[in-house]
Design a protein around this ligand. Structure first.
Ligand SMILES: Cc1cc2nc3c(=O)[nH]c(=O)nc-3n(C[C@H](O)[C@H](O)[C@H](O)COP(=O)(O)OP(=O)(O)OC[C@H]3O[C@@H](n4cnc5c(N)ncnc54)[C@H](O)[C@@H]3O)c2cc1C
Ligand code: FES
Length: 290
C-alpha cells in the first residue's frame, strides 16, 4: 500500500497529492508517469509525475477529478493509502535546445510544469504559455513564474490574463521573429494539434505529450497504439507508454488518436454511473417516481 502524505486542492476539480514511494521518487525523470490503482478492485490509470522529493521519498501527482477512478482518488485524504503506484514509466523528456516555449492547457499544465522546470534548471531560456477556460480554473501560475523568463496566461472567457487561446501569443511571437529551438505543447488533443499547425510555417520543432488509453503501461497490451507518419507519409506504429509519451507533433496522426480516444466513452460513462453516488441517488429517485 502507498500512503498519501499530502493533499492540496488546486481548483474546483484539480488536486495535488504527495504519495510516499521512495523508489519512484529516486528514479523518476521529468516527462515520466506512474500507473496507479486506488483499491484492489479498481482500474489502473496513468498520471504524470509532477515533481519528486527524493530525500523524503515523495512523488507528486496532479490530477483532474474527471471519471470513476480520479473521483475515487480525490475522495482520499492525507494519511489514507492507495493500492498500487507503479513507475517510473515512459521515456523521460529529452532536453533539446536552449530557447524553449512550453505550452500547457488545463490539467496539461501539470504535465508541462516539470518539463519546463527541467529546461530552466539546465539554463535554458523558457517562455511559458498556460491556457484555461476561466479564472477559477487557473493552476500553477506562480510555479511557472518562479523559473520562466516570461509567462502568458490565457483564458477563453477573458476573466483572467489575456482573452483567447494559447496559439495567439505563440503566433504573435513567431511573427515578430522569435527564434525558439523547440515548442512543447501539452493539453487537450485539439490544442496540441493547433499548436503544431501554428508552428508549421516557421518549421519550429514541436513536441507533444500523448495521452491515449493505457492499460498496462509497459508495451504489452497494445491499448496505447498510435500511428506516426514521417515527412513522406510513411506510417509507423508506436506505443505511447514505452515509445513516448512525447512525440514529434508533425508526425502524430491526430485524426486516428481522436477517433480511438472516443471508442471507450460509453464504457466510461457506464462505469461512472455505477459508482457515482449522486447519479445513483438520482436514478433511485427516478425509479421511485420522485
Ligand atoms: C501518460 C499519461 C499521463 C497522464 N497524466 C495525467 C495527469 O498528470 N493528470 C491528469 O489529470 N490526467 C492525466 N492523464 C489522463 C488520466 O489518465 C485520465 O484522466 C484518467 O485515466 C481518467 O480516469 P477516470 O476513471 O477518472 O475517468 P474515465 O471516465 O474512465 O475517463 C475519462 C477520460 O480519461 C481518459 N482515460 C480513462 N482511462 C484511461 C487510461 N487507462 N489511460 C489513459 N487515459 C484514460 C480518457 O480520455 C477518458 O475519456 C494522463 C494520461 C496518460 C496516458
Ligand atoms: S498501455 Fe499497453 S501497450 Fe501501452
Amino acid at each position: 500500500m502507498f500512503r498519501i502524505e499530502t493533499k492540496e486542492v488546486l481548483n474546483d476539480t484539480i488536486y495535488r497529492m504527495g504519495i510516499v514511494s521512495p523508489r519512484v521518487a529516486k528514479k523518476a525523470r521529468p516527462g515520466q508517469f506512474i500507473m496507479l490503482r486506488v483499491d484492489e478492485a479498481g482500474e489502473r490509470i496513468p498520471l504524470t509525475i509532477a515533481g519528486t522529493d527524493p530525500e523524503k521519498g515523495i512523488v507528486d501527482i496532479i490530477f483532474q477529478a474527471y471519471g470513476t477512478t480520479t473521483k475515487k482518488l480525490c475522495e482520499k485524504e492525507a494519511g489514507d493509502e492507495i493500492a498500487d503506484f507503479v513507475g517510473p514509466l515512459g521515456k523521460p523528456t529529452e532536453i533539446r535546445g536552449q530557447k524553449i516555449c512550453v505550452i500547457g492547457g488545463g490539467v496539461g499544465c501539470a504535465i508541462a510544469l516539470p518539463i519546463a522546470r527541467e529546461y530552466a534548471s539546465v539554463g535554458a531560456d523558457v517562455t511559458c504559455i498556460i491556457g484555461f477556460r476561466s479564472k477559477n480554473m487557473v493552476i500553477l501560475e506562480d510555479e511557472f513564474r518562479s523559473f520562466s523568463r516570461r509567462v502568458f496566461v490565457m483564458t477563453d472567457d477573458g476573466s483572467y490574463g489575456s482573452t483567447g487561446n494559447v496559439c495567439m501569443p505563440l503566433k504573435e511571437m513567431l511573427e515578430k521573429g522569435e527564434d525558439f529551438d523547440r515548442i512543447i505543447a501539452i493539453g487537450p488533443l485539439v490544442m496540441m494539434r493547433f499548436v503544431t499547425e501554428t508552428a508549421r510555417p516557421w518549421g519550429v520543432p514541436v513536441s507533444v505529450s500523448m495521452n491515449p488509453i493505457m492499460i498496462d503501461g509497459t508495451g504489452m497490451c497494445g491499448g496505447c497504439r498510435m500511428t506516426l507518419k514521417d515527412e513522406y507519409g510513411r506510417p509507423a506504429t508506436v506505443f505511447a507508454c514505452v515509445d513516448g509519451p512525447e512525440f514529434d507533433g508533425y508526425q502524430v496522426d491526430f485524426d486516428e488518436v481522436m477517433t480511438r480516444g472516443r471508442m471507450y466513452a460509453d464504457f466510461e460513462r457506464h462505469s461512472y454511473e455505477k459508482t457515482c453516488n449522486l447519479f445513483r441517488a438520482a436514478d433511485q429517485a427516478k425509479k421511485e417516481g420522485c
